[in-house]
Design a protein around this ligand. Structure first.
Ligand code: NAD
Length: 479
């Protein structure tokens, strides 16, 4: 779907394939391998009935498996009325490249259910989700070693808990049953930091980008994140966390928030939590006193700012509006927000785009940690935390003893002692692993971006890194 484009453009899957082709043309892949990597291996479509409100309602669900060069395959499940085969196949392909880029050991998959979750009561959604899970699990399309879903648009911890429980009921002796989905609540086998992970990853991606003045210069920017003007589209899981962390921790000013029913703007910066609370309570952004209301929300995509963060859905920047986008830097928190055609227009104008397969990889990265935690049956840090504290205490005791012996009068501040002594818990370890992943992946992309004369943008660089890795997996399998 290309939101708001009057011009006929390729569909989402074709758009992803065209981006892949652009990078593959710069690689020397053996004959036939390029096509093998590009195509979606299989898509399962299921129509199932659920008795609701006195009658049977039929739902259509999908699970696409793009590449099984590594297993399990991984990818979210989306609940939205627009879900179709083209969309899940595009998203599954992006998962393949994303996992390769950030080195999570998974193939790519994606699922979806054609449903507007806002039209159903909680107990109805549970019935529908359990039935969908049953249909997928009985074909191993949910399985800890073969296919591991996660949340996406319209789904969250609650749906993942239902799915995990349904799978466990169907596989009562599977000791690894909890690893069948990620993004679960903590009390159902989840991990600290998963809910915030994708938005946190967007923050880490921007922090890393801002560490390189020459990369900033390509976007015509300089300085630090502090004070930069940001516009965010979509204040859901990803957009909310990205906006919150960037404003609270990096000093960015969120000057615009675009939602389904309009947008809010404020030159001084919006209070992200206040806007989010309003949306949760009122179901939309309209009437929120935090900023000025803009009826035609999407028009704010074209407003002047330093960083634009589309974090809602695909195709929102297309041939219909690309020429009018003024942001010098766009970070694709959503999957596929910029169409292939718009990408060309923006690249030619010098806009720097931090591409989706990198920018929103924080979710799958922390999902990987959760899956490992489920398979190892132990919380991260449980064995090391107190040992770490004991080691740090040794050092502090020794410093204080030396200071007293030599009459130096050194005193470590209580705040330093408290922070230094504390061993890392699960959340700190997860954030550290995520930060490291985002930095390493950025460096691998920028190396290609800067070193090759035929690569002019980060997206092509990201595809090159990812496709090379997928190709070497296939070669190792003898293909
Ligand atoms: P979500 O359902 O939590 O939030 C989506 C938000 O976008 C909602 O607030 C919704 O009201 C808003 N929205 C919908 N249509 C809109 C429109 N036309 N204009 C403006 N706003 C609109 O979903 P999410 O999990 O935050 O996912 C958002 C995007 O990020 C998707 O592209 C998804 O594939 C991608 N993503 C999500 C994750 C994750 O961990 N949740 C991981 C990687 C990528």
């Amino acid at each position: 779907m290309n939101v708001g484009s009057a011009v006929k453009e390729p569909g989402f899957r074709d758009s992803v394939d065209l981006m892949f082709n652009r990078a593959a043309a710069l690689l020397e892949l053996s004959p036939g391998l390029e096509e093998k990597i590009r195509v979606c291996n299989a898509t399962y479509i299921v129509r199932f009935g659920v008795r609701l409100r006195g009658k049977i309602q039929t739902f259509t669900g999908y699970r696409a498996v793009h590449s099984e060069h590594m297993e399990p395959v991984k990818g979210g499940i989306r609940y939205a009325p627009e879900v179709d085969q083209d969309e899940v196949e595009a998203l599954a392909a992006l998962m393949t490249y994303k996992c390769a880029l950030v080195e999570t050991p998974f193939g790519g998959s994606k699922g979806g259910l054609c449903i507007d979750p806002r039209e159903y009561e909680e107990h109805e959604l549970e019935l529908i989700t359990r039935r969908f899970t049953y249909e997928l699990a009985k074909r191993d399309l949910i399985n800890p070693s073969q296919n591991v879903p996660a949340p996406d648009m319209g789904t969250g911890e609650r749906e993942m808990a239902w799915m995990a429980d349904q799978y466990a009921r169907m596989n009562t002796t599977d000791i690894n049953a909890r690893a069948c989905v990620t993004g679960k609540p903590l009390n159902a086998g989840g991990i600290h930091g998963r809910v915030e992970a994708t938005g946190r990853g967007v923050q880490y991606a921007l922090q890393e980008f801002f560490r390189y003045p020459e990369d900033l210069a390509k976007a015509g920017l300089k300085g630090k994140l502090d004070g930069k003007r940001v516009i965010v589209q979509g204040l859901g899981n990803v957009g909310y966390h990205a906006a919150k962390f960037l404003s609270e921790e990096d000093g960015c000013r969120i000057i615009g928030i675009i939602e389904r029913d309009g947008a809010l703007s404020s030159a001084q910066g919006l209070d992200v939590d206040a806007v989010r609370e309003w949306i949760v309570r009122h179901g939309g952004i309209k009437g929120c006193p935090a900023g000025d209301f803009v009826e035609d929300g999407a028009s704010l995509l074209e407003a002047e700012c330093d960083i634009l963060i589309p974090a809602a859905l695909e195709g929102v920047i297309n041939l219909g509006n690309a020429e009018r986008i003024r942001a010098p830097l766009i970070i694709e928190a959503a999957n596929g927000p910029i169409t292939f055609g718009a990408d060309d227009v923006l690249r030619n104008r010098g806009t720097v785009i931090i591409p989706d397969l990198y920018a929103n990889a924080g979710g799958v990265t922390v999902s990987y940690f959760e899956w490992v935690k489920n398979l190892s049956h132990i919380r991260f840090g449980r064995m090391q935390r107190r040992a770490e504290e004991a080691h740090h205490l040794l050092l502090i005791d020794e410093l204080e003893r030396l200071s007293a012996d030599k009459g130096l009068g050194w005193e470590l501040s209580p705040d330093f002692k408290r922070r230094y002594l504390r061993g890392a818990g699960e959340l700190e370890l997860v954030r550290s692993g995520l930060d490291d992943t985002m930095r390493t992946a950025y460096q691998s992309m920028r190396e290609v971006w800067h070193e090759r004369d035929d690569v002019h943008d980060l997206r092509t660089a990201a595809f090159i890194v990812a496709v090379r890795r997928v190709a070497s997996s296939y070669r190792a399998k003898g293909l």
